[in-house]
Design a protein around this ligand. Structure first.
Ligand SMILES: [Zn+2]
Length: 92
């Protein structure tokens, strides 16, 4: 059996860290929605802020991507109703 099959890889959303222009040492995190690609910022601006504009303009550079790996679940978990529900929740 291919050992790779026992590991499930999940690629997280693209994230950029944008330093605050006004407050030293403060950074905001802009993340791209994995489904829509929409950029979302961690700052409190309700409209598109300059952090998002900077990322969209390519001024921030390459994003960080978090790839998590976890062992595949045992078959007994996958075949139970509760297990399938858990899988569905985790795999969103
Ligand atoms: Zn922002």
């Amino acid at each position: 059996m291919n050992p790779q099959a026992a590991i499930k890889s999940t690629i997280g959303p693209l994230r950029w860290t944008v330093p605050s222009a006004t407050t030293k040492g403060v950074t905001y995190e802009v993340a791209a929605d994995t489904v829509t690609g929409e950029l979302v910022c961690s700052c409190l601006a309700r409209r598109v802020c300059w952090h998002i504009k900077s990322v969209a303009a390519g001024a921030i550079g390459k994003p960080r991507v978090r790839i998590t790996q976890r062992p595949a679940r045992p078959l007994t978990v996958q075949t139970s109703a509760a297990g399938r529900e858990l899988m569905a929740m985790l795999d969103v």
